[in-house]
Design a protein. Sequence first.
Lengths: 340, 330, 396
Amino acid sequence: MGRPLISVRDLTLQFDTDEGRITAVNRVSFDIAPGEVMGLVGESGSGKSVTAKSLMQLNARNAVYGPDSRIILNLEDREIDVLALKSPADLLVIRGGAISMVFQEPMASFAPALTIGSQMIETLMIHLKISKAEAKDTAIDMLARVGIADASSRFNQYVFELSGGMRQRAMIAMALSTKPKLLIADEPTTALDVTIQAQVLELMQDLVKEFHMGILFITHDLGVIAQTADHIAVMYLGELVETGSTRTVIHHPRHPYTRGLLNAIPKLDELDAPLVAVPGDIPSPLERPSGCVFHTRCSEVIEGRCAAEEPEMKPVDKDHDVACFAVELADAGRAENTAP
Amino acid sequence: MSESIVSIRDLSVHFPITGGWFGPKLVVRALDDIDLEIKRGQFFGLVGESGSGKTTLGRAILKAAPISKGEIIFHDGEREFDVNNLAKQDVLAFRRQAQLIFQDPYAALSPRMTVRDIIAEPLEVMKLTQSKDETNQRVRDIASECRLNVEHLRRFPHAFSGGQRQRISIARALVAKPSFLVADESVAALDVSIQADILNLLKSLQQEHGFTFFFISHDLSVVAHVCDVVAVMYLGRLVEMAPSRKLFSRQRHPYTAALLSAIPSLDPDHHHKAIKLEGEIPSPLSPPPGCRFHTRCSFARDRCRVEKPEWRTIDDEHFVACHFADELDL
Amino acid sequence: MAMTEDALPTAREAKKKEAYFTASQYQLVWARFRKNRSALIAGSILMFFILIAVFAEFVAPYEPTKAGFDRSYLNGPPQLPLFWDDNGFSLRPFVYTYKQKRDENFHLIFDVKKELDQRRYLEFFVEGWEYHLINTYVDLPGEGLDFRLTVLPMNRHLFGVDKGKVHLFGTDRQKKDLFSRVVFAIRISLSIGAIGVFIAFVLALAIGGTAGYYGGWTDRITQMITDAVRVVPTIPLFMAMAAFVPAEWSSEARFFFISMILGLVGWPTLARRIRTHILAERSQDYILASHLCGARPSHIIRRHLLPSFTSYIIVDLVISFPYMVLSETALSFVGLGLKDPVNSLGVLLQNVTDVDVMLNYQWYFIPLPIFVVIVMSFVFVGDGLRDAADPYTVHK
C-alpha cells in the first residue's frame, strides 16, 4: 500500500458506566491509504461511531482505551500517535486540522445562533494562520465548490434557513475548508432524502478525487458503501468480522454475519427473492456473548469452539480477511481436498 | 373480494401556520387533490420523500389529521363511513377497523404500562371483551402470533429491543382485529437484519388475517419487496401508481424514474449514473404552480409550468400525472 | 423471539434481571434513589423529624403551653442526662437536682446537687399529662365552621423523671420546657409547609393541567395570569397579606390563613412546571395511539398523562416544601406570621433576638440548628429524587 494515511492497531475501547465496564470496541485494526474511501459498516451497537470518534479523541471522558491500542496518523512531515495526545494545542491537529468530521445531523453541528459564515471563519482561523478576510474568501469559495448556489449570500445565513441537503453540503464545506488529509463521515446521508443523497454522494466522490484525501465512511447502508467505498470493514458488536475490497466482500462474502446482512437487504433487481432475516436480536452491550460475539445468532456455529474462543482476522483471499472459525475450517478442508 | 376498502376523492389537507399574534397566515399544503382507491386485501405501498405528504395521507385516512376539502369513504363490507363526518356513535366502530403502527418503537409504547396492558388497551377502551380472562386470552394469542414470548408480557417496554418493541406495536394494532392497517415508516428505525424480520412478519400476518395494509415508506427497495401496488407522491400530489412489478420495470413519470435511479445499487460494478435532479425539494408552504415537479424535471416544458397535470390511466392499472408521459421513454 | 440468553446466567442473576424487566416506574425510581447515599441519609433524618411531629404529644414530656410550666425552673439551662459521674456508674440515665435560689445580689442562680441521693432517674413510657391521639380543633372566624375531633385518650410519654421535671433543652422566661416547645414547633412548621404545598399543588394542577392539555387560547390566557402572579415580589406580598389578618382571629385561624397565603403565592411556579410536562408528553406517539383506539380525554389523562409526570410532580412538591417552611419561618420571625401560643420554629426564633438571651441563655438557639437540618434534609431528598426521577431517559 505504501505508507497508509492512518493506521489503527488493536483499538480497544471500554466505557465505565453505572452498570459496569462495557466493551464498545474490541481489538479493531485497519489502515486507510491516502485517497482511499474506507467504508465502516455495521448496525446499532457495532461500535462504528465510537471507533471513528477515537480517531479524533472525541469520546466521552469515561472512555478507557486498551493498553495496546494505537492510532498512527502519517502526515508528510511527521507521525502522530493520536491516542497519546494530551494538551488542547496538540489535539488541535486531529480535530479539524488534519482530520475533519461530517456528522449525520447537520442541524446539530452548526450553532443555531451564529451565521454559517462566522462559524466557517472561526474554524479556518483556528487551524490555518490566515486573516479574517482571507478566511472569508476561502469559505465562500468552499461553499461554491460544494454546489451551493449564490454562496456569498448563503455565507451570511443561519443554518435553519437552509434545507437538509444544503446544510449537509455546508457542513462538508466547513469540514473540507481546512484541507484535511482524512475526512470522517458518520452517516452523512442517512437523514437525507434519497434524491438528495445521490447528489451529496456524487459531490463527495468528486472532492475525494480533487483533494486526494482519505474518507472513513460510516454507515449501515450497504448500497451506499458498495457505490462509494474502495474497501469495506464490517463490524458487529465492537468486533471486526470481515474486511476487504468492496468488490470482493460484496460478491463473495465469507463471514456468516456479512452473508446474513446481504441476504436481508431488499434488492431492486431481485424482487422475487425472499428477505431472509438474521435470526435473533442484537445483544445489548451489557450482555456481550463470550467467544465469537456473533455465535448466538450464527447458522454455522461450531459446538464448543465458537462460544469459548475469539476468532482472529485471517486472510482468506487477496485483500480479503475474515474472523470466523467456520470459514477457517471450510478453507482447511478445501485445502486438504485439493492437496496432491 | 376486490372492491375498495378506502375511496379517497379530491382530498386536500392544508395546515395553517400562524406567525404569532399579528404575523402572516401561512398554509402548509400537505395534500392537494388526491384521488385514490385502495382495494380490500391489498398490500398497498406509498412512497415519497420529505414534504411529499405521505404521512399526512395515512393520518387523514385514520381521522388523525384535519380534512380541508374532499372526502374519504371507508367501506367495511357492510356499511360506509364518511371519515370527515363521522357520527359520534360511529367513531368507535370506525376506530376498531382502522389502526396505525408507528415509526419510532421507543415513543410508541407507554413506558409506564406493562406490555400486557399496552396490548390490551384497545380491547378495554373499545369494550370488545366481556371479561378479564377473555382479554388476557386475546392478548396472549396475538402476542404469540407476533412471535413475542408470552412469559414476557408482564415486563415493561424498557426490557425490550427495538425490533421487539415494534412487534408489541404490531400486536397492539392487531388485537382488535382491524380490517385496515396503516404502517407509517414502521421499519425505518430498525436495523437491516431486524427489518427483514418485521417485514416477513407483516406479510405473513396479512396472509393469515386478510387485512388491507397501507405501507408508508421512503425506502423504495423495501416497498418493492412487500407491496402489491405502489403509489408515488411528490409535494402533496400523487404522481404515479401501478402494480409493484410493473412500476419497477417501467416507470412513466420522470420523478419515479429519478427516485429509482438514485437508489445506490448493491453491486459495486453496477455504476449507473443517477438521473440528476437539480435543486432542492421546494417547500410545501409555496409549492410551484402547474406541475409541482417542473422545477427539477429535465423534461419540463412551458405547459408544465402553468397547467396541473391530470391524474389519469396510462395503461392497465397504471396511473400517472404527467402531461407528456406517453411520449417520454424513461 | 425471546431476549438472547447466552452464557447461562445464575439463578440469582436471572432473578435480578427479571426484577428489572418487570419493575414499575416507582420501583425504578426507588432503585436509583437508593444509590444516592446523601439522599438516603437525609431521607432518614426527615422521617425521624416527621415521626416526632406526628407523635409530638408522646415525645414531649410536658405541655408546651402555660399548663406545663415548671415553677421552680425559670430560664434554666439544659439538664443533660448522664450515665456516669463521680458517684459511680448507672445503667439508667439520670439528671441532677437543680435548686433555684437567689444569691447576694438577688440574681437567680442554680444550685446543682450532685449527691447520689439527689439523682433523679429517667424513666421511659411514663404517665404524664393527658392528650388525645388525634386531636383536632378548628376554630375559624364565625361559629359555624368550628369543630373538634378527639380520638383515643392517652397519657403515656416517651420519657420523664421520677421526681420533679426534666428539661433537656432548658426552660424559657415563662418557665416552659423548651424541649416540649421545640417538638410541637416542629409539628407546626411541618404542617404549615404541608398545607401550603397542598394548596399550591391543587391550584397548580387545575390551572397548569388545563393549560397544558387544551393548549391554544386556554393556554395563552392562563400563561398571562400565571406570569402576572409570579412577577409580584413575594416578601412584600406576604407581609401585606399577613398584616391584614385581624388581631382577634384565633391562632388556629391564623395558622390556616398563613398556610393559604403560602399556597396562593406558591402555585405559579408549580403550574408552569406541570404545564410543560403535559405539553411535552401530549405529543408523544403513545398518546396518539391511545387516541386512535377511541379513548376519551379522561382515559388518556388518567392512564397515560398523569402517571407520566407523577414522579416529576413529587419532586417539585418536595423541593417546594423547604421554601414554604422558610417563608413561614421568616414571616413568624418578623412577627407577621404565627404568634404565641401557636409556636412554629420561627416563633421560637423570635425570642433569640434579645441581647440578654445571646449573652446568658444560649440554649434558646437550639431551634436554629434543628430548623437548618430540616430544611437541608428536604433539599437533599428533593435533589436525590430529581436525579432518580426519570428512569427512562437512558435508552438505546
